[in-house]
Structures are given as C-alpha cells and as structure tokens.
Unconditional design. Sequence first.
Length: 54
Amino acid sequence: MTGSWSTTETSPASTSAHYPFTDPRCIGVPLPGVTVKLVPTERDTFEIRVRGRT
C-alpha cells in the first residue's frame, strides 16, 4: 500500500510514501520533478507549497 498527497491544481500525486509508515501525517517524499517546501504559519502549523516542472 502507498500513501500520496496532492492538490487538484497539481496532479494525482505530488508526494508518495512507498515505505512502511504508521504516522497518518506522513506525506512521503516528493516525486521526480516536484519540489515541496514546508513554510511555518502564524498558528504553529506548516503550509505545504508544491512546485512542479514548468
């Protein structure tokens, strides 16, 4: 089983967890050609910014 994360604006997947994990917050690693940046917010959380090939 794999887990993946993305937004409708990017593609079916931006990251993939193709290894065993138990933490449901795991989003995996970026797929080839994708850059992921975690940016702190004012609420002590993180915003995930995704960039792909242009």
